[in-house]
Each structure stands twice: as C-alpha cells, then as structure tokens.
Design a protein around this ligand. Structure first.
Ligand SMILES: NC(=O)c1ccc[n+]([C@@H]2O[C@H](COP(=O)([O-])OP(=O)(O)OC[C@H]3O[C@@H](n4cnc5c(N)ncnc54)[C@H](O)[C@@H]3O)[C@@H](O)[C@H]2O)c1
Length: 419
C-alpha cells in the first residue's frame, strides 16, 4: 500500500521534502496556513529556489496536493512538521508556529501515526513541548499509540552537490520503536539514515552543526580585522592552511552572517543553557563579533573612498549581491541590510545590483535593483561585493570597474581590495 505523508509548512525545508517524497512514490499532501503559498503551489508557482517549476509540475502530476484543510491529517501514516522557529523580540526562542502546528495535528491524530518534528529547536522540545500537546489533544499515548521523533533538516539552499536525498539524515525517537519507525520512513526518501539515541541528541546535533559554523565564521571575521591592520593577507593564509589534509576545515570572513540558521539557531541553544545557570560564552562572543562586521565594512568603505579623496557623504556606493547567500534569493537576516542602513546614515547614495532580488528594503526604504551592471558600475564611486553570486563574479564588467571592496575574497585585479 502507498504510504501517505503530510508535510506541514511548505517553505525552504518542507517543499524539498515533499518533492523527494513524491519522487519516492509516497502520496504527499502539503498543509500550510498561508493561503498565498497554497494557491501559488497549486497553480504551479514555486517560491523556493531549490524546487523549480518543472519539479513542482512533476509533483502535482504525481498527485501532490496543497491545502489549508487539516482533515488530510486523519489519513496520513506520517506527519512531518517543518514550520519556522524564529526568535522573539528579546532574542529568545519563539515556538508559536511549532505549537500551533502541533495542536492542529493533535486534533486529527490517529493511532499508529508517526509524527516527526524537523524545525530547528533546542534539546527537549519534542519531548517536553510536542509530546504533551499531542497527547492532550488526541487522548493517545506517545510511544505506544503513536510514534514521535525528531529529525533535523540539513538543507543547504543553493548547494548543487548536497541535497535532501544524498545528505545523511539524523533521526532520534522518543523510544527505540519511535526511532525504528522514523528510520523506516526516511529510508524511503534519503540514501542514508543515521539513528541516534533519542530526540534530545537529534535536536542537539543540528544546533551543534550550526554553532560550529557560527563560531568558526566569527573567528575568521575577527581575524580579518586585525590581519588588515597587520598587512597580512588572511585569504592567502586560509588557502595555505587548508592544504593540511586533517584537523583543519576552512571557514571564511565576510560582511556578517545571515539567513534563517546561523544568526538564529545558536540562540536556541544559549537560551536553554541559561536555564541551567550557565552562559554559552562562545555563542555570545561569535554573535558579538559577526554583528559588528557590517559596521566594519562601512568603515572600510569610508577608508577606500578616502583614498580617492572622496567622502561617504554624497558618494554613490554600489552593493553587488544583497541576499544572505550566493546564488539564492533569500534576504532573511542578510548582512547587506545593516550595511546599507549604515552607509545610508553616513550620507551615501546606496544602490544595488542583484539578479536574485528585484527589490531590497533597509531603513524603511525600498530600493529596486539596478538593471544594467556595466552602467551601475560606471556610475559608482565605490563598489562593494557583498554576495558572490556566480552571475556577478563571472561578469567581465568587474574588471572594467573602478575601485571594488571585495568582502568575499573571490575577486582579483588592480581595482580590487579584499576585506
Ligand atoms: N531555510 C533553511 O535553509 C533551513 C535549513 C535547515 C533547517 N531549517 C529549519 O526548518 C524550519 C522551517 O524553516 P523554513 O526556512 O522552511 O521556513 P519557511 O518560512 O520557508 O516556511 C515555513 C512555512 O510554514 C508555514 N507555517 C507557519 N505556521 C504554520 C502552521 N501553524 N501550520 C501550517 N503551516 C505553517 C508558513 O506559512 C511557511 O510557508 C525552521 O525551524 C528552520 O530553522 C531551515
């Protein structure tokens, strides 16, 4: 019998999961509270870079259905929750969407169903938050009447080599049977499933991965500031260090961290660490260092203009690439925003070019992307490479431009100065 799956939350994580499940022959329903997401997907319009319109057409052809009606949960063998886990205004975890989605599941939960949480969260969420909501709403017991597991999503938007199917998938269940059920489910969709001892360890695995990146990126950011003062080429040093075949992994400095994961997820861990009376000092330090990078880049812009006897005030500063990551359109938490805001406050005429972002907001203003890179470069007093989209980096126009501040260490030439 075809197994049936409901994916709750059809964003960057839920939609690729639904696609792989469709490809594996499961009967897949997408449940989302946003009517524009439901209507868009049912009309064949995708809003997620990693799932293109022909992928979506194939999914719809295979019977993929998207709805806001939760009755689909009653006939699902498996329910996977992929809703957002942002921070609230005080920088602490906001589990509102996770709790709301779980309540919806609890009202329709049937005996024998496997429920999996994929949203990134702190250790203890599945057992201490999800379990009681499901049990209270359904009258069923986790581990006996239904199965409950956590499986962190490792999706890396825009990565052409590693996707959901070939990236090993960690799962941890409330009980050994819950883990077994989750392994059986994901075995249908991904090449390698990695069971761990429980939900807390699976939850921590994801935060460990993101915290490791966060700390190492911050280390490079801090080093970039003093290497510039010491007149040492950090980029060349990283290239040299990474020839060591063991014990070193290369990370790179940049204009600040962005996206839905690195600036947010480690806060989930530091929040829970505080509950046992400690401060997670590595995370706090990493955050402090990387948060200062946009202001540091603005200072370097000032220095570069100064070298040409120009002031920031009144100069045209062109930002190339404003999304948080290369070759994706996601603008969430992008470091380009505080950078643009700071330059604008200093009096610069900030413009931008980004083939992935038609519009870009900062300081309550909305800019529209320059449409001709060559003309935009010619009109700029200084150009800053903020995001290394292939289309920008590979453009021959950059070699004909005036002075460029490269915050990604990917350009070379007499007109280029690296961070
Ligand atoms: N984006 C990434 O690269 C990435 C990578 C790994 C993990 N994650 C984690 O995965 C989770 C989801 O992130 P995302 O980037 O896919 O989010 P997203 O904002 O792209 O999509 C979430 C979707 O959930 C829907 N939604 C919200 N509340 C709902 C509810 N109660 N019921 C049904 N639908 C609801 C929204 O309408 C939206 O369509 C987060 O915890 C995130 O940290 C994200």
């Amino acid at each position: 019998m075809t197994s049936s799956l409901t994916v709750i939350g059809l964003g960057y994580v839920g939609l690729p999961l639904a696609r792989e499940a469709c490809r594996s022959g499961l009967a897949v329903t997408g449940l989302d509270i946003d009517p524009s997401v439901v209507a868009g997907l049912m009309n064949g319009q995708t809003h997620v870079d990693d799932v293109n319109s022909s992928d979506l057409a194939e999914m719809l052809q295979a019977g993929f259905h998207v709805t806001s009606d939760s009755t689909c949960l009653e006939s699902s063998d498996t329910v996977v929750i992929c809703v957002p886990t942002p921070l609230n205004e005080y920088g602490t975890p906001n589990l509102d969407a996770v709790k709301a989605a779980t309540r919806t599941v609890s009202e329709k939960l049937q005996p024998g169903t496997l429920v999996v949480l994929e949203s990134t969260t702190y250790p203890g969420t599945t057992e201490d938050i999800i379990r009681p909501i499901l049990e209270a709403g359904s009258g069923l017991s986790a581990g006996t009447d239904f199965y409950l597991s956590y499986s962190p999503e490792r999706i890396d938007p825009g990565n052409p080599d590693w996707g959901l199917r070939n990236t090993p998938k960690v799962v941890g269940g409330l009980t050994p049977t819950c883990t077994e059920q989750a392994v059986r489910f994901y075995d249908q969709i991904v090449d390698t499933v990695v069971p761990t001892v429980g939900t807390r360890e699976a939850e921590l695995a994801k935060l460990l991965e993101n915290t490791y990146r966060h700390v190492n990126i911050a280390l490079m950011n801090e080093m970039s500031v003093f290497c510039h003062e010491l007149d040492v080429d950090l980029w060349a040093a990283i290239e040299a260090a990474k020839t060591k075949p063991f014990g070193y992994e290369a990370f790179y400095p940049g204009p600040g961290v962005g996206g839905h994961c690195i600036p947010i997820d480690p806060n989930y861990l530091s929040w829970v660490v505080r509950s046992v009376g400690y401060r997670f000092r590595f995370v706090e330090l990493a955050e402090e260092i990387s948060d200062r990078m946009p202001a540091y880049v603005a200072k370097r812009v000032q220095d570069s203009l100064n070298a040409d006897k120009k002031s920031v005030n009144g100069s045209v500063v062109l930002l190339l690439g404003v999304t948080y990551k290369a070759n994706v359109s996601d603008l969430r938490e992008t470091a380009a925003r505080p950078l643009a805001a700071q330059l604008s406050t200093m009096g610069a005429d900030v413009r931008y070019f980004d083939p992935y972002a038609e519009t870009f907001n900062f300081n309550g203003r909305e800019l529209v992307s320059e449409d001709d890179l060559e003309v935009a470069l010619a009109n700029a007093d200084l150009t800053v490479l903020v995001q290394a989209h292939d289309e920008i980096v590979e453009s021959g126009a950059l070699s004909r431009a005036g002075r460029i501040l490269d915050t990604r260490g990917v350009l070379s030439g007499d007109n280029v100065e690296r961070l």
